[in-house]
Structures are given as structure tokens and as C-alpha cells.
Design a protein around this ligand. Structure first.
Ligand code: CP3
Length: 342
């Protein structure tokens, strides 16, 4: 069993440094694009055999230290009653976004073991295929990031609708966050029960908030999710982007690992977070487009900032981009392992 990832989560010394990549299954791989010619993304996610196939594609192609179950952060919103569609070239759209207290009251909080059973089944099947070779990561969107999709109806730059509901309709906001927290907590627990050994909470858009708003409107909910998820025994990685202004606050949510993007240096993140939490990150995904010697300088720099101290998981600072050259991904994984071996 390759247990590098688990050791790094537990702050145990490990060599070489474990590496996996957010969105490691996806369109930059020809195998994935071929499958996508035949099936929509939701169809792949909801057909356990296909989800298993896609989960295994990157770990068969590269020397990664973990698999991540193929799913998305948005199906739980569909299970709660929102109408979700992925539109080619546009991304996710929610056709009936939440705008009022009545919309929030109408949301259901179904048992993920039933409403998202396809993902639990995919986890069980992947575990059979992996046969203990590599750990499997389960994941969920965090309440704030999910709330933003549910309220905006899709991606947003300004978060005007999300923050307006937060500021103006306090009861609806807290009611929504409470429901999402219950859903996400159960979902992560169910994934651990199905066999996921590590859980990642994606709060991709947390950095859109001021530290004070994060503390007031989001932190209590993320803390509750993490507490419940950790009670399953699996370590939790808490990921966000643009969070360099509130790392200390994010630490209060209580995860085992904190994911940071490239807008903060790893050394700075370590200084501010202390030695009692692991850190995941933080290569700029666009560095994968650089010539290999330049990519290698970036990798060496991150590893030197990690300084060989326990508790570093190498990853990108955000998901891998669809146009990424696949040979550079292979090279990156090998560079991380080679440079971090003394
Ligand atoms: O990491 C993995 O390999 C597991 C699979 C995974 C997907 N989405 C599959 C996917 C994971 C972990 C996610 C997380 C996710 N999904 C996040 C959080 C991470 C982040 O990037 O911030 C978010 C915000 C989403 C929502 C989402 N899903 C968007 C905005 C889009 C469209 C944008 C895009 O990249 O096309 C998706 C679609 C999606 N989810 C794709 C994949 C592989 C691409 C869709 C396709 O095949 O057409």
C-alpha cells in the first residue's frame, strides 16, 4: 500500500513527497475526451462503471500517490431539488436558483446513501480495482461554494446575488447554510463508509469573502462539516483559493490539511499556519504550460519552501486546465518524487 498521502495528512515524515492533482481526471487526457464523445458528464458520474473507468485513467497514466473519485461538487444540489445541467462550453447551470426564504424552505435534505448512491457504489468498485494499492479521496463542495452556485445559478465573478442574500435575508442564509451543512456532512461520512480514506472539502470560492464575513457567515458551518467528516476516521483536506488573507481563520475550521493556492508562498502559509496542520499545494496550474526547465524551477522552489518538514502534500493551487500538455503532467509527478527524495 502506498500510504504517503495518509502519512502526510497525519504529519508523519514521508519520502518522497506525495503528489496528486485536483481535477486529475478530465479533458486534458485523450482517454477522457474519448469517453465524453459518447456520454455527458452527469451520465458518467451517475454510471458507477464509467465513473470508475475515469477515476482510474490518471492513476494508470501517471505515478500519482492517490486516486480521487470521479464526481462533481454539484450533484448534491440536484439531490436537494435544484435542476442542474452542464452546458458544453458554458459550465454548470442551475435552472431554478434560490432567491428567497421560501426557496430555501422548499429544499430537501435527502440521505446521500440513497440520493447519491451512484457515487458510493463507484467508491466501492474503485476500491475493488485498487485493491489497496493507492488511497482513494472522496470529496464534497463546502456549504459556501455550493450556496454560491445554488443562488447565482452558475459561475459568478462578483457574488452579488450570494452576498445580497447573505446580508439582506439573514434567516434564509443561515437556513440554507444549515441544510447544506447537514447534506455535505452526511455525504462525506457516507463516502468514508463506502471506502474513501481521505476526504477533501472544496471551498473554491471562499476567498471571495472578507475575513470578517467568512468568520460570521461561513466558518461555523465549515467547522461543523469538518467535525462530522473527521468523526469517520478519515483525515480532511480543506481547500480554498484566494484565502491568503484568512489562513488563520480557515485553520479554526479544524481540518487535518489546508489547501492553498499560488497567491501565497508555501513558506508564508507554513509560518502563519504553524507546524500542527498539514499543507497541500500550491503550483500555479498554468506553470504546467511552461517549458520543462521552468516547470522544474517552480517545483523545486515549492519543495524547498516545504523544507522537508512533515505535512506537505504536493498539488496544484487549483484544478488542472483542459489545455494542459499531458507530457508535462507526467514530468511534474516524476519531478516531485525525484526532487523530494534525498
Ligand atoms: O479531481 C478529479 O479528478 C475529480 C473530479 C472533479 C470534477 N469536478 C469533475 C469535473 C472534481 C473534484 C470537481 C470539483 C468541482 N466541480 C469544483 C471544485 C474545484 C474547483 O475547480 O474549484 C467546482 C467549482 C466544480 C463545478 C464545476 N464542474 C464547474 C464550474 C465545471 C465546468 C467548468 C469546467 O472545468 O468545464 C464542472 C465540470 C467538470 N467537473 C468537468 C470535470 C472533469 C469538466 C466537464 C466536462 O467533462 O465537460
Amino acid at each position: 500500500m502506498n500510504d504517503r498521502l495518509l502519512k502526510a495528512c497525519r504529519l508523519e515524515p514521508v519520502e518522497p513527497t506525495p503528489v496528486w492533482l485536483m481535477r486529475q481526471a478530465g479533458r486534458y487526457m485523450a482517454e477522457y475526451r474519448r469517453l465524453r464523445e459518447k456520454y455527458g458528464i452527469l451520465q458518467i458520474i451517475k454510471t458507477p462503471e464509467l465513473a470508475v473507468e475515469v477515476t482510474l485513467q490518471p492513476i494508470n497514466a501517471f505515478d500519482l500517490d492517490a486516486a480521487i473519485i470521479f464526481a462533481d461538487i454539484l450533484p448534491p444540489l440536484e439531490a436537494m431539488g435544484l435542476s442542474l445541467e452542464f452546458i458544453r462550453g458554458e459550465g454548470p447551470v442551475i435552472h431554478n436558483p434560490l432567491r428567497s426564504a421560501a426557496d430555501v424552505a422548499a429544499l430537501s435534505v435527502p440521505d446521500p446513501r440513497e440520493s447519491l448512491s451512484f457515487t458510493m457504489q463507484a467508491i466501492r468498485l474503485v476500491q475493488r480495482e485498487l485493491a489497496g494499492r493507492l488511497p482513494l479521496i472522496g470529496f464534497s463542495g463546502a456549504p459556501f461554494t455550493l450556496a454560491s452556485y445554488a443562488i447565482e445559478g452558475g459561475a459568478t465573478r462578483s457574488f452579488v446575488l450570494t452576498k445580497s442574500l447573505m446580508y439582506k435575508q439573514s434567516e434564509a442564509w443561515h437556513g440554507l447554510m444549515d441544510k447544506l451543512t447537514t447534506m455535505v456532512s452526511d455525504y462525506l461520512k457516507a463516502q468514508a463508509e463506502a471506502g474513501a480514506q481521505v476526504l477533501q472539502l472544496f471551498d473554491s470560492w471562499a476567498g471571495a469573502l472578507s475575513p470578517a464575513d467568512y468568520r460570521r457567515y461561513v466558518l461555523p458551518y465549515s467547522r461543523r462539516v469538518i467535525q462530522t467528516a473527521r468523526s469517520s476516521g478519515a483525515p480532511v483536506i480543506h481547500f480554498g483559493t484566494g484565502t491568503s488573507g484568512m489562513l488563520e481563520t480557515i485553520k479554526e475550521a479544524g481540518s487535518d490539511v489546508i489547501g492553498v493556492d499560488w497567491r501565497v508562498s508555501l513558506a508564508d502559509a507554513r509560518r502563519r499556519l504553524g507546524d500542527d496542520v498539514a499543507i497541500q499545494g500550491n503550483l500555479d496550474p498554468v506553470a504546467l504550460f511552461a517549458p520543462l526547465p521552468e516547470l522544474e524551477r517552480h517545483v523545486a522552489d515549492i519543495l524547498s519552501q516545504a523544507g522537508g518538514r512533515p505535512g506537505h502534500i504536493f498539488n496544484l493551487g487549483h484544478g488542472i486546465l483542459p489545455q494542459t500538455p499531458v507530457e508535462h503532467v507526467a514530468a511534474l509527478v516524476d519531478m516531485v518524487h525525484d526532487i523530494s527524495t534525498s
